[in-house]
Design a protein around this ligand. Sequence first.
Ligand SMILES: Cc1ncc(COP(=O)(O)O)c(C=O)c1O
Length: 388
Amino acid sequence: MEAALRDTYLDNAATTYPKPETVYRAMDRFARDAGGNPGRSGHHRSLQAGREVLLTREAVAGLLKAGDPSRIVFTKNATEALNIIIQGKLALGGNAVMTSLEHNSVWRPLEAMATRKGVSYSIVSCSPDGALEVSALEDALLPETRLIVCTHASNVTGSLLPLGDIAALAARRGIPLLVDAAQTAGRCELDPEGMGIDYLAFSGHKELFGPQGTGVLYIAPGAEVAPLSYGGTGSRSESSAQPDFLPDRYESGTLNAAGLAGLRAGVGFVMEKGVKKIRLHERELTQRLLDGLAHLSGITVYGPPEWKRRVGVVSFNLAGFTSSELASRLDDAYGICVRSGLHCSPLAHRTIGTLEGGTVRASFSYLSTAEDVDHLIEALGELASTSD
Ligand SMILES: Cc1ncc(COP(=O)(O)O)c(C=O)c1O
């Protein structure tokens, strides 16, 4: 009989797996014990659901050190959060500036706004190892620039951008800043009010350990834009006008309340461990992988060599394999889940010179282990020896 494959999940930059046990339990508990539609009816199940959503809002506000939980808007993912700001802020045209590491969840909405609203946008080039010169960003700003959009960390290179310096530049020039924190929420300290960030968008289902279908948008006081969608909110129902207060202005339709109950448990897990400890754990795993890869022939690793400029996301290629062949072999022969191709970020691949074939990406969460890393290194070692 064939031995069962070890199941190694290293695709946490796409979505974390597994989730902490408390996350599964919170969703199950919500579905069975609450079950009502939050903020809609007056009965106890609706009220209980509303309380769950409020507690999640307060938990996320606590994580971000945001004074007012109503500034935390729930979305279905980071993409929706980014779209609310990109489409709302640029509805009347103008210019936007983004970096060459942005995900398609930034590039495509900007391109759509260019086509539909005559928006112009420029792309600031990052270096082949994923670094951004803030002076290059400053050079790209125009008198009509209405928005700077930048990722906090690239989902391809794992490189961190200098957020403090970017926020200082945006403040100095009086230009609103939208930060895509999809790869850093739960992995790095985020304090939008302390850092002067106007808009912070991220997924709930990555390092915050919530389920898919959850996302967050933080909007600073005074930085509101027009909503992306309009409809029922359970508030001001007598009026045809969308409520103008947060979070209702941006939360039309029934929320993913069971998912948000799971997200609260995920945020609780992150806060209990502490972002510092999570980052340290991912540092150990990343260093272990980088050290292991350095001993294999035919491997090319992308992204910055120093941990200080990285998160737990490592892209690489192995000579003799396309990225999709390699990922398939890792899955089929070893039970290792990694992602291959362009990772929805073709510009980042153009930046690092891998636009044609993409890369294989291994990415960690706090629940990844040293055994997971060793399994990957061992498998790559065997595959490297067959391709010699
Ligand atoms: C940097 C970055 N931005 C945005 C997204 C989109 O996130 P979501 O799938 O939650 O919309 C991702 C997802 O991988 C990402 O890595």
